[in-house]
Ligand binder design. Structure first.
Ligand SMILES: NC(=O)c1ccc[n+]([C@@H]2O[C@H](COP(=O)([O-])OP(=O)(O)OC[C@H]3O[C@@H](n4cnc5c(N)ncnc54)[C@H](O)[C@@H]3O)[C@@H](O)[C@H]2O)c1
Ligand SMILES: *[C@@H]1O[C@H](CO)[C@@H](O)[C@H](O)[C@H]1NC(C)=O
Ligand SMILES: *[C@@H]1O[C@H](CO)[C@@H](O)[C@H](O)[C@H]1NC(C)=O
Length: 435
């Protein structure tokens, strides 16, 4: 039976075979005993297989059926990495320590890198779901790793993990960018919007409100909250009660939930309504990105038009401008006023548009891409489906200008040039097929 000793498994499972009782009563050469032994071993292996559990976290039931996975976290080595990544390195006493959720995402990667560059402490959190190609998220993670940012792999709806992170590090700020983005995907997987944008946001706020000290929170809302029937330019005071998609509805709900946590617990909360963000390391599910891919492949691209040949236009905003707006919001955020779940006084509650203030028709976007790629696009004009997209977006940014010092500086031509340069180098050399 010597081969049993080599079986790599929990020693306890096999102790019974070695116990004096077993030795004294059974003759090991009897085939019945052998059969019993093998059955126990087999049963043991089955039990080990089914009940093997990760270190400490109960598995969050992930309704995004494309991303069932277990996360491993905890332990002294892990905690050391967490602390080291979140440590403030410079900035003469003005440094902040930020938990960035969605750090492997497009905006999260850029914001994390910018914070780290100026000496702030940054810890990332991301579940690396496969809503779009996870290898792009892994490449962004590798980029951040090189600049000293560690991304913890886990879900914002995992309260145990969040509590642990806020115990290990006294974060001054949370930059909350993790979300289920995209408008059309809601028809395919509505539960993922509820999971990340509602349940996940509430679980994050619950942990932050109980923390001591409570961090200040800056989080991504969206221009999509303006919904149907809003006059352009969109201003923060406009009513936002006609969301045109489930995505928009969950972002709008987030703004209401933020109000509640500010009111009851004294959490400092700032919502940023981003307008169509684009740039290097961008999101493959967005038009500028897949138009580039399809134009290069010679595939025809669908350009939407509204009723009566109405132009569809977007207030495209370059990533570096968005990053400056995010840092401006973090730097002007006041402290939360509560502690350990008790409000001590009124706290800051803000919402800002972060756009570019110059909407561009989608057909002009395509013309710019054709020039940059030196390839003619095969255009096919389609009716704008009534499943979530609005005809125009146009931000009024005077509030962010005044209070955050926000001033977008990159026009679409300049920004797309940088995107295309990145795209060609990222997908060149047979490194990956572009889709
Ligand atoms: N990019 C835009 O044009 C735009 C416009 C308006 C609003 N926003 C908002 O800005 C934020 C960032 O967007 P982005 O473009 O970087 O998107 P993204 O999808 O690239 O980034 C989001 C990241 O969050 C992670 N994530 C999602 N659910 C999670 C969960 N439950 N737990 C942990 N991690 C999770 C994803 O893996 C992803 O890496 C989002 O809240 C988005 O809704 C973006
Ligand atoms: C979020 O997590 C809680 C437990 O923390 C769980 O009860 C709930 O089902 C989860 N919600 C979603 C939508 O995943
Ligand atoms: C832009 O928003 C500001 C408030 O932030 C408002 O005073 C101004 O009237 C708005 N401008 C337009 C053109 O709507």
């Amino acid at each position: 039976m010597s081969h049993l000793d080599n079986t790599p498994s929990t020693p306890g499972k096999f102790k019974m075979e070695k116990s004096p009782y077993v030795h004294n009563r059974l003759r090991w050469h009897s085939s019945l005993a052998k059969l019993t032994c093998w059955s126990f071993m087999f049963l043991g292996l089955i039990l080990i297989f089914f009940f093997r559990s990760p270190s400490s976290n109960p598995l969050p039931q992930d309704p995004s059926r494309r991303s069932l996975r277990t996360y491993n976290w905890g332990g002294p080595v892990w905690e050391k990495r967490v602390r080291s990544s979140a440590r403030i390195r410079s900035r003469n006493g003005n440094g902040i320590s930020v938990l960035v959720t969605g750090a492997a995402g497009f905006v999260g990667t850029h914001v994390s890198a910018a914070l780290k560059r100026r000496g702030d402490g940054v810890l990332g959190l991301d579940n690396f779901n496969d809503y779009y190609d996870p290898s792009l998220k892994r490449a962004r993670q590798a980029l951040l790793e090189r600049s000293g940012v560690f991304i913890v792999e886990g879900d914002i709806n995992d309260s145990g993990l969040l509590r642990k992170l806020l115990e290990v590090v006294a974060f001054t700020h949370v930059m909350h960018l993790a979300a289920q983005a995209g408008v059309r995907y809601a028809m395919e997987n509505p539960a993922s919007y509820v999971h990340s944008n509602i349940a996940g946001f509430v679980s994050l706020l619950e942990i932050c409100k109980s923390a001591n000290p409570q961090p200040a929170i800056v989080w991504a809302s969206s221009s999509s909250v303006y919904g149907l029937n809003t006059k352009v330019p969109f201003s923060e005071r406009d009513t936002t009660d006609q969301p045109a998609s489930l995505y928009a509805a969950t972002k709008k709900a987030g703004e209401e939930i933020a109000h509640t946590y500010n009111h009851i617990y004294g959490l400092s909360l700032t919502g940023l309504r981003f307008f169509t963000v684009y740039g290097p390391w961008g999101r493959p599910d967005m038009a500028y990105f897949f138009f580039t891919r399809d134009i290069l492949k010679g595939k025809s691209i669908s350009i939407f038009e509204a009723a009566n040949h109405g132009t569809v236009a977007r207030d495209f905003t370059y990533i570096d401008d968005i990053v400056k707006g995010c840092l401006g919001a973090l730097d002007t955020a006041e402290k939360s006023t509560g502690s350990g779940g008790k409000k001590k006084g009124p706290a800051q509650l803000r919402v800002y548009n972060l756009g570019n203030t110059s909407p561009v028709p989608v057909s002009d976007l395509v013309s710019i891409l054709e020039r940059l790629l030196k390839v003619n696009a095969k255009r096919s004009i389609m009716k704008l489906p009534r499943n979530g997209d609005v005809q125009f977006t146009h931000a009024n940014i005077s509030l962010a200008q005044r209070e955050l010092g926000y001033k977008p500086e990159t026009d679409l031509q300049t920004g797309l040039k940088k995107f295309v340069r990145w795209y060609l180098s990222y997908y060149s050399g047979g490194k990956k097929a572009a889709g």
